[in-house]
Design a protein. Structure first.
Lengths: 187, 187
DNA sequence: GGCTCCATGTAATCCGTTACATGATTAC
DNA sequence: GTAATCATGTAACGGATTACATGGAGCC
């Protein structure tokens, strides 16, 4: 007999716990929920979800129940009391990890070897991307309002604001860049 | 004899090309440069840098030259014309990848199971972290100004602005959260 | 003498994505 | 009937971090 008292959970484990804390879901549904909500700041793939569900189940943090749809097998997972405790305990701990990888910024950073208008082109692309993302999230906002989930709404709106700020920053930097380029040409 | 005409380069390869495009550097110096500049939006470890330098050298995109310091062996890498062309070609391509992982946002997203003031605590931690980061980058700004690198400066300042926006957003969300919590308590 | 920094490298490991396999159900 | 979606899983692969090994140089 093995005693698992308090094994460290992976970050994916908490996404799963969070997702089933709202209401029971199948692995497939968890993946779908992640893809339309946390994906932009915390993704998860089938390759993580299914093995993790098995582990969480073994540790008694979720329980899987058969819930077939016709002849199609299906297992929905419910969070247990122990699972809810672990989730809350994690939520109360100060957030640690935060990282980003941004190819646009990297290109900008090295753009000293290019002509100013080539660098400006990078900024325009970045701007367009961010503007599109802001619109996408603004559309999602309507969907989230329906669910009346205060925190989900807060996060989507934050996403809209962030992408708008970013798009605006790109515009300003492009203008600045072209302005100094003009000034330099005239001397 | 092997003919490598146009093998795809890894993202790390471009960081290295970018870093040696400014002036020749050793692997150690590349790592140090990454750590004090691009790290926040594009990191690189020794485990990537040294093998990648070897590959880039084999492909004729950089050339390594012995540059010992006393008895201590040291190799500095210089970008070749071919390497510069590859770097520029990449810089001109529209940026694709951009991703983030943010534990704070993830915790916020699932904070519906907590008391409002516990969720507010998460926002306070996030705010403090962002404010500290903004200060850190503001201090770095002074160092970057010395180097008179227009693009590096643009990126650091962007970082300051971003973290200040983020910190401010956290403050506003905390206020909003506590306000609705008060309202709900009074009903 | 010991600590920190300079300097190069590799092996083990972790984390995560992609691709694939399989099969039922629903919509057109 | 066939394409898309629901549903579960795993194997292969790739990217990146961590840890370790090795050793010289400079400083207190």
């Amino acid at each position: 007999m093995r005693y698992i008292l308090f094994m460290d959970l992976s970050s994916t484990a908490y996404v799963i716990l969070g997702m089933v804390s709202v209401h029971p879901r199948s692995g497939y549904e968890i993946k779908a929920a992640v893809d339309e909500s946390t994906r932009r700041f915390w993704a998860a793939s089938y390759g993580q979800i299914y093995p993790e569900l098995k582990r969480l189940s073994e540790q008694g943090l979720v329980t899987g129940m058969d819930a077939p749809r016709g002849e199609r097998k299906r297992t929905v997972y419910t969070i247990t009391d122990a699972g809810m405790e672990r989730l809350k305990e994690w939520l109360r701990r100060p957030p640690e990890m935060s990282e980003m990888r941004d190819e646009g910024l990297l290109k900008l950073f090295f753009s000293g070897v290019l002509e100013p208008d080539e660098a400006a082109e990078t900024l325009r692309r970045m701007r367009d991307r961010r503007a599109a993302l802001a619109e996408e999230l603004a559309a999602l906002e309507a969907v989230v309002i329906e669910k009346s989930d205060e925190f989900a709404l807060m996060v989507v709106r934050g996403g809209v604001e962030y992408n708008r700020w970013y798009a605006d920053w790109c515009e300003r930097m492009e203008a600045e860049l072209l302005a100094t380029a003009r000034k330099e040409r005239s001397t």
